[in-house]
Design a protein around this ligand. Sequence first.
Ligand code: NAD
Length: 263
Amino acid sequence: MARLSGLSRSIAGHAAIITGAASGMGQATAHLFADEGARVVVADLGADRVDAVVDEIRAAHGSDAAVGVVTDVSDPAQLANLVSAATTWAGRLDIVVNNAGVSLPNSPFMEEADFESSWARTLDVNITAHARLVRLALPYLSESPAARIVNIASTEALVSTAGLGAYAATKAGVIGLTQSLAVELGRHGITVNAVCPGPIDTAMTAGIEAEAKATYARRRVPLRRYGLPEEVAHMTLNLCLPSSSFVNGTHIPVDGGMSVRHT
Ligand code: NAD
């Protein structure tokens, strides 16, 4: 077993881009990765929000631990700037976490203009950006000794809620994209996996009344609660460890058992 125990369980020194890192699961992932010694690129909308997370991480781990790059992931030019700024800062790129996402109402009963705009925005942010960022990061990831891509999907890819058609379509698409990239990039030593969070307490679910959340969790989630952002971040970290070197093309629910519940 000497060979197996030689596999590293550390991402210390690895450079990671995390999109949507100013809030929720992305923020928790940025903190956790920095706690583990990685150098973290915090990408999100809004300079104040990005700076706040970078300041938190630097206060804990020093000025070299994080950098912020204000990025709208739906804009290809801003994605190119993100990769350029990240690799100039870190001199390498080992990990991309495609986490930024929006959950907009989208239903065939909507007025045409609302339907079209929520459909287009959801596709741009939740899936097209993932494919674009991977494409831009590829030359740098190919040079990494432990290149990892983690795409944040959702249990909405596996089971569905009415009125979230575009969201469900993109999250199922993220699983398809993950599988295709895993097959294509394996020969370059890059693993690609997806995480499917269930209901998690973040800004995205903050608009749901506490009572409604509690009722939902009691009825639907075997663990009878919403998850915490850091519980998802830990799964993302696990997939990014050098020791996860043979995990490729999977999608892993982190949902307290919700998606396998029958009655
Ligand atoms: P959140 O709202 O706290 O964080 C999402 C972040 O993405 C925000 O900081 C937001 O500014 C950023 N973002 C949105 N559009 C962007 C854009 N165009 N460019 C750059 N950044 C952008 O929500 P969260 O729950 O932490 O969501 C993180 C991921 O997890 C999303 O992909 C979401 O779909 C997914 N997810 C969330 C839940 C949940 O219950 N909260 C469940 C399953 C999956």
